[in-house]
Ligand binder design. Structure first.
Ligand code: PMP
Ligand code: GLU
Length: 399
């Protein structure tokens, strides 16, 4: 019997960031000296105070299902975090704890989207937004940006896109941004939020990199700009990046009760609660932060400064200075247009870089921009120095 897969999964592709990294890891396991700039994941270990709390949770037999939306003490810790960091007042019923921010986003999309609803997405975008939008039978509407406007959309651009759209529903706004490292200012966010308010557009604010900002740049949570804006915003955040807890799988969403409640019902029929031990560890991560986050941020900053300078020193490569997250996204269009190897796009370039120079980098096409590649500088300084050296040699070998 021929089993047909659903229309939903016909166009779905593997996450390119995870794929590049898996390939790099496979090559490393075969003894090849690959430098992995692929996946966006802190290279630091989870801080000890968090690990110890998880060990305690196991010893205390805190190992059963919990309430689906998250244990009360974690929801309270998240409310306290919002108050402390963003001056936002949420009640525990407005919080849903999910297995990673990735799950938070799709739960919210499932809770709000109907067939062919249109979701505005600034380009470049994080890889999973498009697949998630397609999975809920909604449609992405792309809002292009470029290095000359620091990869940030404007309120006017959003208004024009809304005017040209038939089913406008929501925008996913990611600041600090993956893959560009761009951070929106308060003024820009306010203008965008006003357009959303006027047009009844839900804001899904992905703030997972909020702790990783540099050069005195401030992360502003769009929901904090006014009570009316908060009413139309779901903030998504998590502990993967700031606390080096990618494998623990804890993310959360905060927003209007009705949306959070429905997203929770979906979670109740899909994944149920987040791992009980990881929930306990997250309470400790948020409540007893011991300076580890700032230590890691400082280390990322040293790497950021180096990679930004080193990439711009390569002939015919330009890179906007990233102000947040841990990515750098140089423009490599010159080498795609001028090379003797028949390389025609960023994806072929990345294959060449991995096969011939053993550096794993993600093609810009994964983020909707083919003239770029993305480096995750969540890697040791030694690896960054050697990897950028290889990148330079590889590009020069092409012409
Ligand atoms: N949003 C962005 C922009 C990301 O880069 C990531 C990284 N995976 C996520 C959400 C999801 O993070 P997680 O599921 O690990 O919480
Ligand atoms: N967000 C990270 C990245 O962009 C992790 C990979 C993923 O979740 O797709 O590399």
């Amino acid at each position: 019997m021929a089993i047909c897969v659903s229309h939903r999964v016909k166009s779905i592709k593997p996450s390119p960031t995870l794929t590049v990294s898996a390939l790099a890891k496979k090559m490393m396991s075969e003894g090849i000296d690959v430098i992995n700039f692929g996946v966006g994941e802190p290279d630091f270990n989870t801080p000890d105070y968090i690990k110890n709390s998880a060990i305690e949770a196991i010893k205390d037999n805190f190992t059963r299902y919990t309430v689906t939306s998250g244990i009360p003490e974690l929801k309270q810790a998240i409310c306290d975090k919002f108050k402390r960091d963003n001056n936002l007042d949420y009640e525990p019923e407005q919080i849903l704890v999910s297995p990673g921010a990735k799950a938070s986003i799709i739960n919210v999309l499932m809770a709000v989207c109907d067939l062919r609803d249109e979701i505005f997405i600034p380009v470049p975008y994080w890889v999973s937004y498009i697949s998630q939008i397609n999975l809920v039978d909604a449609s992405p509407i792309f809002l292009p940006t470029n290095e000359f406007n620091n990869f940030r959309i404007t309120a006017e651009q959003l208004q024009d896109a809304i005017d040209g759209s038939s089913n406008p529903k929501a925008i996913i706004l990611n600041t600090p941004n993956n893959p560009t490292g761009s951070v929106y200012t308060k003024k820009e966010l306010l203008a965008i939020a006003e357009v959303c308010l006027e047009n009844n557009i839900l804001i899904i604010a992905d703030e997972i990199y909020e702790k990783l900002v540099y050069d005195g740049v401030e992360h502003v949570s769009i929901a904090s700009l006014s009570p009316e804006i908060k009413e139309i915003t779901v903030v998504v955040n998590g502990v993967s990046k700031a606390f080096a807890m990618t494998g623990w799988r804890v993310g959360y969403a905060a927003g209007p009760k009705e949306i959070i409640k429905k997203a929770g019902l979906i979670q109740g029929h899909t994944t149920s609660c987040v791992n009980s031990i990881a929930q306990k560890a997250t309470v400790t991560a948020l409540n007893d932060e011991d300076g580890s986050v700032e230590k890691m941020r400082k280390e990322f900053d040293v790497r950021r400064k180096y990679i930004y300078k080193a990439l711009n020193e390569i002939n015919n490569v330009s890179c906007v200075e990233p102000k947040g997250a841990f990515y750098a996204m140089p423009n490599i269009s010159y080498y795609i247009m001028n090379n003797k190897k028949g390389i025609k796009n960023s994806s072929q370039l990345c294959e060449y870089l991995l096969e011939e120079y053993h550096i794993a980098i993600v093609a810009g096409s994964a983020f909707g921009v083919d003239n770029y590649v993305r480096f995750s500088y969540a890697n040791s300084m030694d690896n960054i120095i050697e990897g950028v050296k290889r990148f330079k040699e590889a590009l020069h070998s092409l012409i």
